[in-house]
Design a protein around this ligand. Structure first.
Ligand code: 5RP
Length: 227
């Protein structure tokens, strides 16, 4: 699996050119991309490339590997954003947010000229929600009310708990994460919009209609899916 992640991360470098602003996603696959991108910059193979991190993880990796970072408010445009995903359906709709960085990821990826997604073949599903719950970032005071409201959507939600911290996961924006399992997601775009109308919801992990290209790592090589 790690080999497949490395393979797509290497392939993604072909999309980066001099003078580009690059959105840096979060997660184990993107971590390889940031490492390789940093190497190219340090070796002078790419010039004037700047990264916009979507999390502390991507910021720390960028600093470690030598990718100069800038803030979203310092750039006029983002040329490309590169990130992993937890599920990808045949129309390139995604579920993201296992790393709890979904809000900043969506802010950056929505604005990128090209949003490039890196996955291994285990992430491909026929229908979103088949394997993974939909992460929803919520204002802490509202978590229980929102979890109950999700029953209207035929979903059951769990408050995400920390693994090396007691109590709930707290996002980089100071919020909680609800992991919501839906009985069936027929229209990802519709659900994405509806969830964000619930007061107290900051953002949700359905990324419908924003991925441009998905690179899929398979044992036979990298497969490209495009909208
Ligand atoms: C973080 C994410 C990640 O991009 C997603 O979970 C995929 O991660 P990985 O490449 O480690 O499988 O959405 O919030």
């Amino acid at each position: 699996m790690e080999e497949l992640k490395r393979m797509v991360a290497k392939e993604a470098l072909k999309f980066v050119e001099d003078d580009m602003v690059v959105g840096l996603g979060t997660g184990s696959t993107t971590a390889y991309f940031i490492e390789y991108l940093g190497k190219m910059i340090m070796e002078g193979e790419l010039e004037d490339v700047y990264g916009i991190p979507t999390s502390y993880q991507s910021r720390l990796l960028a600093l470690e590997y030598g990718v100069p970072v800038v803030g979203l408010d310092e750039v006029d445009a983002i040329d490309i954003a590169v990130d992993g995903a937890d599920e990808v359906d045949p129309s390139l709709n995604l579920i993201k947010g296992r790393g709890a960085a979904l809000t900043m990821e969506k802010i950056v990826e929505y604005r990128a000229g090209t949003f490039l997604v890196l996955v291994d073949e285990s992430k491909l599903v026929e229908r979103l929600g088949q394997k993974m719950p939909v992460p929803i970032e919520v204002i802490p005071a509202a978590w229980r009310a929102i979890a109950e409201e999700l029953e209207v959507f035929n979903a059951t939600a769990e408050l995400r708990m920390g693994s090396k911290k007691d109590g709930p996961v707290v996002t980089e924006n100071g919020n909680f994460i609800l992991d919501a399992r839906f009985h069936r997601i027929d229209d990802p775009l519709d659900l994405e919009i509806e969830l964000n109308t619930i007061p107290g919801v900051v953002e949700n992990g359905i990324f419908a209609d924003i991925a441009d290209i998905v690179l899929v790592g398979t044992k036979e090589g990298v497969r490209r899916m495009e909208r």
